[in-house]
Design a protein around this ligand. Structure first.
Ligand code: CS2
Length: 398
């Protein structure tokens, strides 16, 4: 029986990697929650099994989790589980990597700083570096978060951390495949809990996609439908610039127009047209190997966004903009011409300014800096600077 230790047990992981791994069979998963014990407590009360509510129409019981460990309750049991694991995987969201805007590890980030000081470990990066120090057999570290070259970014962060902490790692034993993950998975609502008869149920869509770089160190589950490729980057770019870019445009522009859900925003003819334009413009910036997929992919995305059964909230997508906007909008603008992506960036800026002027704190790890920038004399310039995008200021403000 192979073993995965998975960091980050939000709805996305429970609808994606855990669903695929349950389908594969023959593997156990130990989950790790870095902060709150809530998911562990909820799942422990039901033998770590839960229902996936697919399209609000069918239920699928997922029983793949063996245990959930909570980092704030002690690091040792987590490090022990990592010692015997074949794969360490992560869905900790963009902010869980603690990166600077240039993609390097932020050594001044309070959680990273604390891990480096030898306090009880709080971060994914700290756990991985520490567990690799004593590793004697091959292991794969699999990032499943929405960023470009997520595996490479994680490897760089672990390397920087290990260097700063004087941790020696045998890099021959470990690989960090890049991967592209996709499944629209909203937050759980009371309605979902009621119709599925499960307080820990996870709503998701029928569609799921996973493309992984074929560079595992050691065994991997026989995941169904997964595409193993030499180069994931074109797939990551397709998904981030088209799906996630369109999502963020719908979120910032849609909220401003008074919409609550993705399916409402995509039914608004102005926004729908903007989303179609964004997908075509972003599609034109993609590597040639995936460019022929653009028309079909764009059409399929519109249908997925129209899905009323998901009740996917725009404010859920709008959170953590400082972490998402760079991959979803700014890189697209650096790769090609897109008037609609410029509209997306402007919509984020307006969102930051509006929320701040209404006295609301953003749900974003950079909320304090965003509020300061939004109140400054030239909020556009200050907000772009915060994202490391001063180079794009003439384009966006022009
Ligand atoms: C969304 C993503 O919340 C968001 O920012 O854009 O979570 C999106 O639903 C997933 O990436 C779909 O795979």
């Amino acid at each position: 029986m192979g073993q995965i230790v998975h960091f980050g047990l939000g709805n996305f992981a429970r609808a994606h990697i855990l669903d695929y791994t349950a389908d594969a069979g023959g593997w156990d998963v130990v989950g790790v929650s870095l902060r709150s014990p809530l998911v562990r407590d909820g799942l422990a009360a039901q033998d770590f099994s839960y229902n996936l509510s697919i399209q609000g129409k069918s239920l699928k019981r997922i029983s793949i989790l063996k245990d959930v460990l909570v980092a704030s309750e002690g690091a040792q049991s987590i490090l022990d589980a990592m010692t015997t694991a074949d794969i360490i995987s992560a869905t900790v969201t963009e902010k869980g990597y603690h990166l600077n805007t240039n993609g390097t590890l932020n050594l001044e980030d309070p959680a990273i700083f604390s891990d480096l000081a030898g306090n009880h470990i709080q971060t994914l990066i700290g756990f991985i570096a520490k567990s690799l120090e004593t590793r004697t057999r091959p292991i794969t570290v699999l990032s499943c978060d929405n960023s470009i070259e997520n595996g490479n970014a994680l490897k760089r962060a672990v390397f920087t951390f290990a260097t700063a902490a004087s941790i020696e790692i045998n890099w021959q034993l470990v690989s960090f495949p890049n991967s592209m993950v996709d499944r629209i998975t909203p937050a759980t609502t009371d309605t979902i809990r009621k119709i599925s008869g499960d307080p820990m149920a996870v709503p998701t869509e029928e569609f799921r996609e996973w493309v992984i770089e074929d560079s595992f160190s050691g065994p991997r589950p026989n995941w169904p439908e997964v595409q193993f490729v030499r180069d994931v980057r074109p797939h990551e770019l397709r998904k981030l610039r088209m799906l996630n870019g369109a999502h963020s445009l719908l979120a910032y522009a849609g909220l401003a127009l008074g919409h609550t859900y993705v399916h409402q925003a995509i039914a608004d003819s102005t926004l729908r047209q903007q989303v179609q334009n964004l997908m075509l413009e972003a599609g034109a910036t993609l590597p040639p190997s995936v460019r022929s997929q653009v028309p079909h992919y764009a059409k399929a995305l519109l249908t997925r966004f129209e899905n009323p059964d998901l009740s996917h909230r725009l404010d859920q997508i709008a959170m953590d903009g400082s972490q998402k906007v760079p991959y979803r909008f700014l890189d697209t603008l650096r790769a090609g011409v897109s008037p609609t992506v410029i509209k997306g960036v402007k919509a984020w800026i307006t969102f930051c300014i509006d929320q701040t002027s209404q006295g609301k704190q953003l749900n974003d790890p950079k909320a304090v800096d965003i509020a300061k920038a939004a109140r400054s004399e030239n909020p556009e310039t200050a907000l772009l600077e915060l994202l490391g995008a001063s180079d794009l200021a003439p384009l966006i403000q022009g």
